[in-house]
Design a protein around this ligand. Sequence first.
Ligand code: IPM
Ligand code: MG
Length: 411
Amino acid sequence: MTDGPLPVYRIATIPGDGVGPDVVGAARRVLEGAATAFGFGFDWFEITAGGIGIDTYGVAIRAEDVAAAGTADAILLGAVGGPRWDDPNAAVRPEQALFALRGGLELFANLRPVTVHPALVPSSPLRPELLDGVDLLIVRELTSGLYFGRPSEERRTADGRVAVDTLWYTEAEIRRVVRLAFELARGRRGKLTSVDKANVLATSRLWRKVVEEERPAFPEVEVGHQLVDSCAMLLVRQPAAFDVLVTENLFGDILSDEASVLAGSLGMLPSASLGERRTAHGRFGLYEPIHGSAPDIAGRDLANPLATILSAAMLLRWSLGQEPAARAIEGAVGATLDDGYRTRDLVPAATDAGGLRVVGTAGMTDAVIERLGRGSAGQRPSDRDAGSSSSSADDEAIATIVVADTLLGLP
Ligand code: IPM
Ligand code: MG
């Protein structure tokens, strides 16, 4: 087909703890299937991090392993944490691996897309009519804010114990993530909602100023500011009104778990963490499911691999420039769900599984791989070319957003 050797991409896997190895193994098999179908190859290397890093090396991740991960074309991560390392007061904790990778590799933008596959509508606790047309993208700032601000500590004082965390943002940290969100909105339905708490926080007021300063460079994007508390409410009342949301680290953490309920299960949501650095093939990034390590079902062929498989599709798109392969995976996941395949977490509690094929991690992965070559590419549920112009319900919700801000006297 082509002259010259096939491209070979170097991928670091960080399986981590709990179901991490189950789902990373599954996604790796799907990536190999896509590589065969689309004519490229992978060179894998594995990094030990998380709770298993603590057991092996005494730290969640070694500095040299962060550096090694940075030499890959992309990183595929499972999950970290578990009951063995659960003491929040311990000096060494599995989550530190995430912060070392995010901060150390400057992966400042965390993309969390939320779409609802029609077959999974019954799996969500929300009324079906609310889920119609849901296709949103949360862009969470990932390397600053309360997660990284110093001091962050407990102190003993004459008045008893005091604890402090620091919410800190520089203008540059806000600007780079806001710009990326504008660009993403421009490539989608052209709506950007910036989420803050500008009626209380100085960092939020700076955030809002920076968004306004960037606005003229993106005249085709319609921008709204939304306070985080009312945003949390609108995410379940009118989720289809949102396109791209951009917000600071902690708000994004909370809102993305809330938004996952729309998709039917936490086991469906992928994520990409990106920085500014480019490799020869695309943007360097780290890809992981947003669910945790679920230690109770680890190693038992029960974990839903779809969030990690969809993260692998994002990896192909963003870091390797393999858009057709990414779409093929997303199409295959959609076809697998259409054909009735479900892991346990996707079977609605109130229904019996009649008509559905309840499978484990391996069965679901096999079903996706089988459908990879069947030309289902381009049918992903989130396809925004499929005539999804804004409805009057969307306009109403945006109007509500504007009214809420006006009432508060905010710019
Ligand atoms: C996430 C997780 C992490 C976070 C935890 C595990 C530290 O909740 O990626 O959303 O808070 O960032
Ligand atoms: Mg979280």
